[in-house]
Design a protein around this ligand. Structure first.
Ligand code: ADP
Ligand code: TPW
Ligand code: MG
Length: 579
């Protein structure tokens, strides 16, 4: 603070404003009040002055985690999450998250300081020299560089529009060191800032596309709705609930769409996934892509005989991107627009759409009943050592009792089992590895989830997954966030039983046996608990939620319990359930 105040005073006396201040003012003007980042030349003073100006500046231990935090803040708020890094190495550390944001359609802006253009472009070996703009472009939805202070307003406005309009994504904004120190006339500076009007305009679907979709639904004998994370992002929760309930069509939520309607809803077909996908005749995708997570809309998952075989379904696809349709299989009725507008248009034109035949609904319910009963039996067991099921049975109860809590989830078995066992009750409560199945999002997500929602956060982490961002437990303690991390500790990747056939080293998938991750939390003043039984886990989780203290529970899981889960089919909850 001591260094900040005189600077501000000097500026106002001289009636000038510098680049630092213009960046801060442009962010504030657009309601971007939180920065996830890591300081250093040339952006250290930007972090200090942003904090002094009232922005929330959350400082991380590694830029990748700050970036993941920004990306998920974007998903949760529909405003671009801001990640701020230093040049070359800091920028590169943030780049993974930028790519993640783009791939997952989360709005985010990675702002990185950069070195002297003249030196970088002549490759004369500047401090942290790198042509960052060129490197960011292939993984960003858009990338911009600002060279003059009076263009900062435009640069930030363009970055915001690019991040949130149409299909959201990651945007890179390159701010060279020299820019921050440039001073311009204060009035001209103020005038150069842009408060973005209608950053993500509604996109109304064409009436004929609505008619086409409804005609197809009318012809369906076995209709199915698939809800994706685009539907969760769109915050059209009431319309989506209405659509499902008024049409009576069973729905399948993708991982991050769980809870859009409660997983316990009578029309939720999650527990009959491997029955409804091949069985459906008309499938309406709402904010979900037919990518690998849905087996590309073909093959055995969809009732096709071979890997490339089409199952015969007709598809309706609601998506904001006009290019998404036909990316994997034929889409018979594309509906292009924002989900809120599309679903509203469907609702107001439903007319006398018949309810799905009872035969289809009964068959689904039968499957659900059988599968739920089977799962119930498995969950009720209490083996020693604890396994994924007996531990997740506890998590399931805790989440049920705390439906507003955020659930962060990553790992392989720790992911697949949690997704299929732990029911979600409210929209946008479950955040996870997303489209890439990426490990390392955990602690960054925890920080952003706690900061954005002000709700308790529960993180269910594989021991390997946790390791990618584990140092951020210090960040969680520093900001005293109500985060309860549960490490499903099975001594490694998938399981802890592999051996090096030569006997020389530990196997590549195996970690230190009996590691005590709980001690890591204690090192920074948080609560660490070692839990070897479901009862101990329950007690520790309840206490964490009650106390709101940063807590890490090392849940000791049978090291033989997991399955090799790097396969595509492992993301199918019913496949995971069978094992
Ligand atoms: P999931 O992994 O849950 O299946 P995807 O990430 O594959 O979901 O798909 C999300 C889709 O949602 C993307 O195709 C994206 O274009 C779309 N989308 C995102 N936001 C909106 C919106 N507001 N309106 C319509 N479509 C959207
Ligand atoms: C950035 C590959 C997929 S799942 C996983 C790895 C390394 C870890 C699984 O072990 P974990 O879970 O977390 O202990 P569990 O319960 O099965 O034991 N690097 C990145 N992303 C991915 N997806 C990988 C590697 C991977
Ligand atoms: Mg593990």
């Amino acid at each position: 603070m001591g260094t900040v105040e005189p600077q501000v005073a000097t500026q106002s006396e001289a009636q000038t404003v510098d680049g630092f201040q213009l960046v801060i003012d442009a962010l504030k003007l657009n309601g971007l009040d939180t920065i996830y980042g890591l300081p250093g030349i040339p952006i250290t003073d930007l972090t200090r002055r942003a904090q002094a100006a009232g922005l929330r500046v959350l400082s991380f231990r590694h830029e990748q985690n700050a970036g993941y935090a920004a990306s998920i803040a974007g998903f949760l708020t529909q405003k671009p999450g801001i990640c701020l890094t230093v040049s070359a190495p800091g920028f590169l550390n943030g780049l993974n998250a930028l790519a993640h944001a783009t791939v997952n359609c989360f709005p985010m802006i990675l702002i990185s300081g950069s070195s002297e253009r003249e030196i970088v472009d002549l490759q004369q070996g500047d401090y942290e020299e790198m042509d960052q703009l060129a490197i960011a472009k292939p993984v960003a939805k858009a990338a911009f560089r600002v060279l003059h202070a009076d263009d900062i307003g435009v640069g930030i406005a363009r970055a915001i529009r690019a991040a949130v309009s149409g299909r959201p994504g990651g945007v890179y904004l390159d701010l060279p060191a020299k820019l921050f120190a440039q001073s311009i006339d204060a009035a001209a500076g103020k005038n150069s800032l842009i408060k973005v009007v209608d950053a993500a305009p509604k996109q109304i679907p064409a009436p004929e596309s609505i008619k086409r979709a409804l005609d197809l639904l009318r012809s369906a004998k076995k209709p199915l709705i698939v809800l994706g994370k685009g539907a969760a992002y769109a915050q059209a929760d009431a319309q989506i609930k209405d659509l499902v309930e008024k049409t009576g069509i069973p729905y399948l939520p993708m991982s991050m769409a769980k809870g859009l309607l409660p997983d316990t809803h009578e029309l939720c077909a999650s527990a009959a996934r491997s029955f409804v996908l091949p069985g459906a005749d008309v499938v309406m995708l709402i904010g979900a892509r037919l990518n690998w997570l849905l087996s590309h809309g073909k093959g055995k998952t969809w009732g096709g005989k071979g890997h490339k075989d089409w199952g015969g379904q007709k598809f309706i696809q609601i998506d904001i991107s006009p290019q998404e349709a036909d990316s994997n299989v034929r889409i018979d009725a594309p509906v292009v627009g924002d989900i809120g507008s599309c679903v509203s248009a469907l609702l107001s034109n439903l007319g006398n759409l018949p309810k799905p035949p009872a035969e289809w609904l009964n068959a689904i319910n039968e499957k659900k009943t059988t599968n739920v009963a089977k799962m119930g039996e498995t969950l009720a067991k209490n083996p020693s050592p604890m396994n994924f099921h007996s531990a997740l049975n506890v998590v399931r109860d805790i989440v049920k009792a705390n439906p507003d809590a955020m659930l962060v989830n990553e790992g392989a078995n720790a992911l697949d089992f949690t997704r299929s066992i732990v029911d979600m009750y409210k929209p946008r409560k479950r955040i996870d590895v997303g489209t890439w199945g990426i490990m390392g999002v955990g602690m960054g997500y925890c920080v952003a989830a706690a900061v954005v929602t002000r709700q308790p956060v529960i993180a269910i982490e594989g021991d390997s997954a946790f390791g990618f961002s584990g140092m951020e437990v210090e960040t969680i303690c520093r900001y005293d966030l109500p985060v309860c991390i549960v490490i499903m500790n099975n001594n490694g990747v998938y399981k802890g039983t592999d051996k090096d056939p030569t006997g020389r080293d530990p196997a590549p998938t195996v970690f230190v046996k009996g590691a005590r991750y709980d001690k890591l939390m204690e090192a920074f003043g948080g609560v660490g608990v070692n839990a070897t039984t479901p009862a101990e886990l329950r007690k520790a989780m309840e206490e964490a939620i009650r106390s709101k203290k940063p807590t890490l529970i090392n849940a000791v899981i049978d090291e033989t319990a997991g399955t090799e889960s790097g396969r595509i089919t492992s993301l199918n909850p019913s496949a995971a359930k069978k094992k």
